[in-house]
Each structure stands twice: as C-alpha cells, then as structure tokens.
Design a protein. Sequence first.
Length: 306
Amino acid sequence: MPFTQKTTLHTPHGTYTIYRLDALEKAGLTRLNKLPFSIRILLEQTLRQLDGEAITEQHVRDLAGWDATAAERPSVPFKPARVVMQDFTGVPAVVDLAAMRSAVARLGGDPKKVNPLVPVDLVIDHSVQVDFFASPDALQRNAEIEFERNRERYEFLHWGKNAFDNFRVVPPATGIVHQVNLEYLAKVVMTKMVNGETVALPDTLVGTDSHTTMINGLGVLGWGVGGIEAEAAVVGVPIDMLAPDVIGFKLYGQLPDGVTATDLVLTVTQMLRKRGVVEKFVEFFWPGLSTMSLPDRATIANMAPE
C-alpha cells in the first residue's frame, strides 16, 4: 500500500525509518519531479502522520496531485514538527496549558498528562530593554535589571520548563528568537520515536512571529502564525491551510562587490510585489543560489512577510 510505505535508512549515525514519497509515484498518484520541494515536504508530513481522522488518504491524494495550473487548491492539514514562541505570545500559551492541567485535576484526572505533543521552544527576547549602553558592563547591567523587572514572568516560565515535557525556555540575553532558532534550535532533519522506531523527518515549524520565515534560509519550512494556531499545533491539532501556489525565483551569477544582501532583498521584494505575489510559497533556485552564504539567504527569507 502506498500510504504505509516505509523503509529503513542506514547511516554512520544509526538506523532510521523514513516514509518514501516514491511509493506514491509508483502507485500513479504523483510525479515527484513536477512537485516543488516545499510541496514535497508538506506531502511527506501528510503521509507520515496519516491517521484516518485528522489526516486522511484523501488529503494525501489531493496533495500528491498538486497541479500548478489548477484553479482551486485542496485543503491541507499541517502538523509541524515543532513550535517556536517568543515571550509575549508564549506566556499566554503556557498559562493556557497550566489552566488545562488545573481543569484535569478538578475532574479527577492526572494533570501531568497535559503536555505539548510537539517540541516547543520559548525564546525570551521581547522583554529586553536597554537602560545602559556605551560601557563594558552594559550587557550585564541590563540583564540584571531585566531579571528584576520581569521576575514574576520568568519564575512562571521557569516553573513551566520544569513542569511540562517537550517544553524548553531559552533565557534572556541569549539573542533574538530568529537568530537562536537559526543557530541553535533548527535541526534540518529531526528524529522522533514512534512505536519503537526512530523516524527521521524534515524539520518543519510554526512560530508566533511573522519573521519566523527567516529559518527558510536554512532549508527548513516554517512561517509565522497567530497564538491560537500555535497553541493548536502544540496540542497536536492540525493547522488547516490551502495547498499553496508556489512561485519559482531563478538566481543567476553572484552579487558583485559593494552589493549587499540587503540590496538584493529589497530588489527581490520589489519584483515580487510588482507581480502581486501574496500568500504564496516562493522557492529560490538555479546556480546563483549556491553562491549565497547562509546569512544572505536568511536575510532574504526574513523579508518574506514584507
């Protein structure tokens, strides 16, 4: 059956289970060489998380048959591999989880069973204020004031970090959420234990900030969502979306001396705006892409909401 096709991948680091998209192609359900890479990632997560309820075989068929010329797009249930939050939007989510635990306890259940179903990272960066500057100890003094100013909030998050499984908190003065996500949190390929098997899967995410798209510069599919959608993803509820249109953007040559990634991203943004590219996926490709560094790619990806 193409919907249950798995295989074993042997690597120097271990043995992993992966879900094969070419099984769908052999069954005549898709032509992989016609699918953009972003659609293939969505298709893999749909196939891998097929449960017959929230994600059905019809969802897999619809996405496998993605057609760039189709007038209508099918609905796609998206269950990201992880969620990233910043403190302003993340604190209410932790409050809601705590409230759910209280409700379960009142009903006689085990409150410790209430946990995020996917890994959640909360990066504290929106509470930062600059009170001291132009001195060698400015960073330390600002951090000390910040901890005192936000003591109650940080104590609550510290409790949440210890109380919930699958929940981590990145402390203040570490960096902004997008930088931390790019440099420390992203895996590109993640692993997950499922029924005794170590499954390898593409790193995908949603974040509670519009510029979450910066992570796409690393080849990780992710974008910003509202707090309610993020909380839904945390508890394993799929985010319903329409299968996106995908715009290809060819990059030729390389940036000449004196031209920065900022110059490039402003030009790209202007070109896409003129074409009316809104609420679509944009895939960059062609030899010019290989000449760009990760910081330059991240600069372009960061401007996606614009």
